[in-house]
Write a protein that binds this ligand. Structure first.
Ligand code: AMP
Ligand code: GLY
Length: 426
């Protein structure tokens, strides 16, 4: 099969790495890819958001299967556009992707189908949002509508912070006019936050193994939120059996059934952000794609052929498909540029990748570029340094030795990936 992977981050490098191992993959293309993916297939300089360009390429190159990494093309309707031309494209339709594209739609969907989530109210006028915050007069969460690259959410400790968020979202339009036209204000949920991923074929869903992200920039979950500073999988002891049962019965199945009933069946990877509260798991958010860097740790552990699994989703035969996982633990440490998640300097030389690989790590590229034949930094999250071993400590040892071996000016990474909960208990 001729396979095209859309996107150019660490997640897409990991997907391409896994797809390349499939005996079904004869040729691999990446649009736009990155210097890491260039070692696996042919990078094509078409942006992930250029749906017309991607479609023309897929038709001309007779692509048999397209796998979409990021949310932007999905929310813009890439799957519908490809299907209209008879091309197989893995991901949810434009209508199903609204679960991530609009927080307002998402919350209304949850309410319609009685799926556990934080209590909330919707506002389209700033004055009313401010009045509601005065009424609560305590902690709350303010979320703007639309995609805001994970930055459109403020967990406010008090009314002043919540008012400030409303001003930034609805009055200064810091996340754009559209995203700021509606906000969701909801209760703060307490508990352990986890990401759950389900493969879906429209009617059936299969949960992937558990994986946990570390979202804040610094050790001990300090500092600002990021796209994700590291993951590990599996996460033993995270879910109690009762939670797991509720997750499937009250969240995963109602979501799939709800979308089917609304005539927008979900095919693709569904990412459910959950809070494990005292009263059971509750949905924080849906995303319509793999997590980055959750995908990296999961791909290292997935034993089953990814292409076969994707075909089962597209054929509606997921009920006949078993996923097999290596019993090992995988760890992924994000190496980020100095200053991330704020302003960063690009173009700094990266050294030591060979040595990291030699140590046994698998290094996926995220924000890298090639300049004059040399590898340089090109973004906030630069590399996903991953390792797999018989247990968490052994995997961490390899991943962190590799991080030590890699150098670029200002490099930063968390040193507690996989150890956060232990550290908190101590
Ligand atoms: P979201 O994009 O809705 O997942 O929000 C981003 C992050 O904000 C989540 O990953 C949580 O860490 C936090 N968050 C969102 N909603 C809530 C909530 N209701 N209670 C506590 N934390 C939340
Ligand atoms: N790592 C979180 C995300 O991909 O949204």
């Amino acid at each position: 099969m001729r396979i095209l992977v859309i996107g150019g981050g660490g997640r897409e490098h990991a997907l391409a790495w896994k797809i390349k191992q499939s005996p079904k993959c004869t040729e691999l293309f990446l649009a736009p890819g990155n210097p890491g993916t260039a070692t696996l297939g042919r990078n094509v300089p078409i942006k992930a958001t250029d749906i017309e360009g991607l479609l023309a390429f897929a038709l001309a190159e007779k692509i048999d299967l397209t796998v979409v990494g990021p949310e932007l093309p999905l929310v813009a309707g890439i799957v519908d556009a490809f299907q209209a031309k008879g091309l197989r494209c893995f991901g949810p339709s434009k209508n199903a992707s609204k679960l991530e594209g609009s927080k307002v739609e998402m919350k209304e969907f949850l309410r319609r189908h009685n799926i556990p989530t934080a209590q909330f109210k919707l506002f389209n006028k700033a004055e009313e949002a401010h009045a509601h915050i005065d009424e609560i007069d305590g902690p709350c969460v303010v979320k703007c509508d639309g995609l805001a690259a994970g930055k459109g959410v403020t967990v406010a400790k008090n009314a002043a912070e919540a008012h400030d968020a409303v001003v930034r979202m609805m009055e200064k339009f810091e996340f754009g006019r559209e995203a700021g036209s509606h906000v969701v204000i909801e209760e703060v949920l307490k508990g352990e936050e986890i990401s759950v991923f389900a493969l879906c074929d429209g009617r059936n869903a299969v949960l992937l193994d558990y994986v946990q992200d570390h979202k804040q920039i610094r050790d001990g979950d300090e500092g600002p939120m990021t796209g994700g500073m590291g993951t590990f999988s599996p996460v033993p002891g995270l879910m109690k059996l009762r939670d797991e049962d509720e997750l499937v019965r009250r969240i995963v199945y109602p979501t799939i059934a709800g979308l089917m009933k609304e005539r927008r069946p979900y095919v693709g990877i569904l990412f459910i952000g959950l809070m494990l509260t005292d009263t059971g798991p509750k949905v924080l958010e849906y995303n319509v794609r793999f997590g980055d860097p959750e995908c990296q740790s999961l791909m290292l552990r997935l034993k089953t052929d990814l292409v076969t699994v994707i075909e089962a989703c597209l054929n509606g035969t997921l009920d006949k498909t078993e996923l097999e996982w290596l019993p090992d633990t995988a760890v992924c440490v994000t190496m980020a540029s100095g200053g991330y998640p704020g302003e960063v300097v690009n173009g700094l030389p990266i050294a030591g990748l060979d040595r990291a690989t030699h140590l046994g790590a698998v290094v996926f590229h995220a924000g890298t570029a090639e300049k004059d034949g040399k590898l340089v930094t090109a973004g906030g999250r630069v590399l996903s340094v991953c390792a797999r071993a018989g247990n968490l400590d052994a995997a961490r040892t390899v991943a962190y030795a590799a991080c030590d071996a890699i150098h670029f000016d200002g490099k930063q990474y968390r040193s507690d990936i996989g150890k956060r909960r232990e550290a908190r208990k101590a």
